[in-house]
Design a binder for this molecule. Sequence first.
Ligand code: AP5
Length: 220
Amino acid sequence: MRFVFVGPQGAGKGTQSDRIARWFRVPHIETGKMLRTAAREETPLGIKASEFMDRGELVPDDVVVAMLEERITEPDAHRGFVLDGFPRTIPQAEALDEMLAANGGGIDAVISVDVPDEVLLERLSNRRTCPECGRVYNTTDHHPIEPGRCNEDGTPLIQREDDKPGPIRRRLEIFHKETAPVISFYAARGQVIHVDGVGRIEDVQSRIVSALAAKGFRRS
Ligand code: AP5
């Protein structure tokens, strides 16, 4: 199972791709989280990436492609993986094709989580994130047990720098300009499954599981 989740920021890619990875028992690979970890640890890659991320810009393709390639060649990814946040540009999609073709494989399905812009804006302004483990909460229907603290490790939750109004607007523009063509790229191959991302988190998950099952992707 090699799945890709695409959609604008706040569509619920992270929320849903984590659930789908656990459902199929494959790793959940999030480029955004990998970059945020590198930034927090102040590695050379992280320092470079945070200049772009805090402004809501994409990190340069060569940096992200090299990071992703290293991750998907780790042993736990041999059975498959769920990609969240990659590819985000056509050059990244082409690079992914090359990486997978080298092992005689390819992407099996691309799940596009569709949510109108006004819902995205509300979700992002309500999102709170654990800077330690990356778990995501919101202030409406998925709040932590202890207010303001992560359920997993008790770390105080934060609002991401790029969840503020200026970077949110910039990320939406970039999605429409750079990432929407990636959906067309996979649609031309008949690989895109569109899922309505509005509604309860559990209901969206059921829609995705059913849509994948209808294409023959079932948990073994
Ligand atoms: P990344 O971390 O990937 O951010 P993003 O794609 O902008 O997506 P988000 O995490 O904002 O949203 P999401 O769709 O995952 O929504 P979530 O599930 O959290 O990337 C961050 C940055 O890293 C980029 O801007 C870029 O700089 C860099 N980067 C990463 N990958 C890159 C790449 N390949 N190339 C270049 N640069 C790259 O949900 C959002 C909120 O809504 C949460 O609070 C959640 O609880 C809530 N929610 C979710 N589902 C529902 C629902 N059904 N109903 C109500 N609330 C819901």
